[in-house]
Ligand binder design. Sequence first.
Ligand code: ADP
Ligand code: ZN
Length: 517
Amino acid sequence: MQPLEVLKHFYGYSSFRGRQEAIIEQVLEKKDCIALMPTGAGKSVCYQVPAMIFPGLTLVVSPLIALMKDQVDAMNTQGIPAAFLNSTQDIAEQRYISEEVRNGRIKLLYVAPERLFGGTYPLLDLLRKIDLSLVAVDEAHCVSQWGHDFRPEYLKLGELRRIFPKTTFLALTATADKQTRKDIAARLQLKDPQWFIASFDRPNITYRVGLRSDAFGKLMDFLSLHPKDSGIVYCLSRKSVEETAERLTINGYPAIPYHAGLDKETRQSNQERFIRDDVRIIVATVAFGMGIDKSNVRFVVHTNMPQNIESYYQETGRAGRDGLPGEALLFYSFGDSITLSRMLEKAEDPVYVRHMKAKLETMVRFCQTRECRRKYLLRYFGEEYPEECGNCDTCLQNEKKEDMTIFSQMMLSAVVRLEQQFGLGHVILVLRGSQSAKISDWQRGLSVFGIGKDRSTEFWKMLGHQLITEGYLHQEDPLRPVVKLTDKAWNKLKGKEKIFLSMEKEDFRKGMGQGEK
Ligand code: ADP
Ligand code: ZN
C-alpha cells in the first residue's frame, strides 16, 4: 500500500498534514530523520504509517508508560496490529507478546527505554532475532541533559543505532531548543539525519499573561466569555487543584480535579469525563495532559508561572488542536520565580540546577516582556517571526497607553530613595505610607513616604508591573524581587520626558472576535 492509502484506510484521513508526507517518504527510503513538530501536529502518523508498509517490526520508544495502553488500544480498534511491553504487565503477558513479535504478528511495539536493556526479559535479544525495520524515538528531547525532561535511560538508545545498523531511526519531539536539537542527533548517534523542523507557531492561540492578584476574579471574567468551551486550568499543587475546582464549581463553572494524589480510578474517570465533554473544565497539576488527545480544548489557564518555556509551550499547545481559536492565559506573581527557584535548588546536580535556573529566568523574562509574546516564544525555539502577531496581549494592548508620568516619577523616585535595595511590594508600602513594621524609621522619614496614599495597592502594583515590562524598572536578578532603574528610566527622568503606560486591566474580550460563539 502507498502511504496515502494507509492513511485513508486505517485513519480515515483524506490527506497528510504539514511535513508528515515528506517525513514518511524519507523514512521509507531508510534515512534517519529528526522531526520537530509542535504538539498536535500529528507525529504518530509519521511512524505508524511506515510501520504498516515496512516488512519488519517498528519499535516505538516512549517514556510515557501510562499512555501506552490507550494508544495501543486505539490502534487495535483501527485494525493496526500493535502491542506494548512494560512493567505493568505480568511475565505471562510479556512472554505472549514477545512470542507474537517473534512470529511477525505485531507491526508496532511500544516500549519504555528501560525495558530494552534491562528487566527479566531483555528485549534486545528478541530484537536481534527478528527484522527490525524502524525505531521511532518519541519524546526524543529526553535524551538531552539540556532538555527540560532528561531521562538517563534514553542515553542508552545511542547503542541501539550501533547494534542495528540496517534499521532506520526516526526521532520525534515537540520541544527542543537549539542546544537540545544538536544533542538529539549526537546522543542517538543518528546517521546523517534529515531534519524536519515544522514551524512551532500556533497562530490560532492567543497568548495572555497577567499578574495573579485577584486571579480568581480575572478567571471568572475570562470564563464568562467561554460559557460553552472546554478548558484546562493548571495549578501548582494538589491542594490548589482541589480548592480551585471546588471554587469554580460553587461559582457556576462545574470543574473536576486531576492530580497524582487521586486514586487511579478517579483520575481515569475524571479524565474520561473531560474528554467526553461531560465536564467542560478540568483543574489539574502538570501531570495531566501528556498525550491527551482532545482536539476541542479552547483554553489553557496557568495559575502559576511554569518552570520553563518548553513546559509552558507544551501545555498551552493543548488548546486549539482542531485549528479553531484557542486561548492561553497565564497568571504569575513576582514570588513565583522564587518558589520555583527554591524547588529547583533541591536537585543534587549543580550543573542541572544552573541550567534549569537559566531556563526559569527565560520564563520570567517572558512574563515580563513588552515584546510580542509570539515573537519571544518563537525566537526561543529558533524561529524568527517577522512582524507583530496581533494575537497576544502585548500586541492587543499596544494601542491603549496613557500618560502616567506623574505616578511613574513617584514610583521611580521611591525606588531611588530606597537605594534600589527593595522589591516592589516594599516600595508600594512606602509610597502608600504604610504603618507596617517592615518600614523602618529612616524610611518613614523619606520625602516619598506616603505620597501615593491616594491610590490603591492594586494601582501601584499594576504601575510597577508596567514599569518593568516597559523597561523602566529592572530586576537584575530575576529570581530576587529587588528592582533598579534602567538607563531608559534615568534618561526619561533627566529629560523630563513623559511616560506612557497601558494601565487597563486585562481585557479578555479584546481580540476575541473570532473565538466567540
Ligand atoms: P502529536 O503527537 O504531534 O501531538 P498526534 O500524533 O497525537 O500529535 O496527532 C494529533 C491529532 O491529529 C490526532 O487526533 C491525530 O489523529 C490527528 N491527525 C494526525 N494526522 C492527521 C491528518 N493527516 N489529518 C487529520 N488529522 C490528523
Ligand atoms: Zn503578538
